[in-house]
Design a protein around this ligand. Structure first.
Ligand code: TXA
Ligand code: MG
Length: 339
């Protein structure tokens, strides 16, 4: 299959909508990461997503909507807490897990009785959903296991020949996937941290939001994943990554003691000169938003430069930084050292 890469002009959006209505796949930009989209009401179309990504069948997908009218196609009911979060954070990088609706394809929910839904704020994503006239199931547009793509070029590196059309919307603003919160149980649970923080959710809900254990620790032996996506090694570059927790000086000494062929540092902007190995940067030390924006591109850059061993600076663990920590921890397969 030949893959077309188009700027998101009106005719390209119409073309995308036509492919989606006919049961095909299109890659669309969102404010978080690029998404590999199909009609969420069409089981065969959704199955093609799993095939194109090499995604395990038991990992459910997020349905993307462009208006509250579409919510009823995905969710069976909307609890009051979900209504309040939608008013506060939609459109935007928040996904809610709700009781599943009857119209959404079984394949989207991977056999669960819940459905994940979000209303993206990216104008191109919104335009494509509106033109298609249906909710779009869309996981991140990477091959399963590799870092989520935040530019059309990153999408092409993974998806060339696997999809007919990629819409190029430039670099994604947030850079990590949406926050996933479950409102399908007795109390809200944060399944995946992202651009909307735990603190922001708690401020709107006026109650504590529980952090799923797997966010910081991976799954315990025998534990069933509340969010199946969390059980897979994720976001991983080819290199072996280790997170190095501690002050900058101690980090520099630790890296210097391990210099050698294929050894790289993954640090913050402006720190490169202090390091005795080649360095790739991911944002500024004081800005978690800039780290989120840069992280997945930096992981891909390490692969391109042939990194085999990577020592990464460790982000904070609150606010937006929790999302960065969660992703980099998985890229490091939970290897963390204190210095
Ligand atoms: O920002 C995003 O969310 C991007 C863009 C494209 O919108 N999409 C994305 O999709 O990250 P994906 O498939 O890579 O991640 C979806 C996550 C997975 O961890 C999955 O297990 C979880 O959401 N999920 C989906 N449906 C669920 C459900 N019914 N219950 C619990 N977790 C669910
Ligand atoms: Mg993904």
């Amino acid at each position: 299959m030949k893959t077309e890469l188009l700027a998101p002009q009106p005719d390209a959006i119409e073309k995308a909508a036509g492919i989606l209505r006919a049961g095909g796949l299109v890659v669309i930009p969102t404010e978080t990461v690029y998404g590999l989209a199909a009609n969420a009401l069409d089981g065969a179309a959704v199955s093609a997503i799993f095939a194109a990504k090499g995604r395990p069948q038991d990992n459910p997908l997020i349905s993307h909507i462009a208006s509250m009218d579409m919510l009823g196609m995905v969710a069976g009911s909307v609890p009051p807490q979900a209504q309040r979060l939608a008013e506060a954070f939609w459109p935007g990088p928040l996904t809610m897990v709700l009781p599943r609706g009857a119209a959404v394809a079984r394949e989207v929910c991977a056999g669960l009785e819940t459905a994940a839904v979000r209303m993206p704020s990216h104008p191109v994503a919104q335009a494509v959903i509106r033109a298609a006239g249906v909710p779009l199931a869309a996981p991140s547009a990477n091959l399963s296991g590799s870092p989520s793509p935040t530019t059309a070029q990153d999408v092409l590196a993974d998806m060339d020949g696997r999809v007919p059309l990629i819409l190029d919307g430039g670099a994604c603003e947030v850079g990590v996937e949406s926050t996933v919160v479950s409102l399908a149980g007795p109390s809200p649970v944060l399944l995946r941290p992202g651009g909307i923080t735990k603190e922001q959710l708690e401020a709107v809900l006026g109650c504590e939001v529980q952090l799923a254990h797997a966010v910081l620790h991976g799954l315990r032996e025998g534990e069933k994943a509340a969010s199946p996506g969390m059980k897979y090694k994720h976001y991983a570059p080819k290199a072996e990554v280790t997170l190095v927790k501690g002050p900058f000086r101690a980090y520099c000494d630790y890296v210097a003691g391990r210099a050698g062929p294929g050894v790289f540092a993954l640090c913050y902007e402006g720190e490169e000169a202090e390091l005795s190995v080649p360095a790739v940067t991911y944002g500024r030390r004081e800005s978690a938003a800039s780290q989120a924006h840069a992280l997945f591109g930096a992981l891909r850059e390490l692969d391109r430069r042939g990194a085999r061993t990577v020592y990464a600076r460790c982000p904070q663990m609150d606010g937006m930084a929790l999302a960065v920590y969660n992703r980099i921890l998985r890229a490091a397969a939970f290897r963390v050292v204190d210095v």
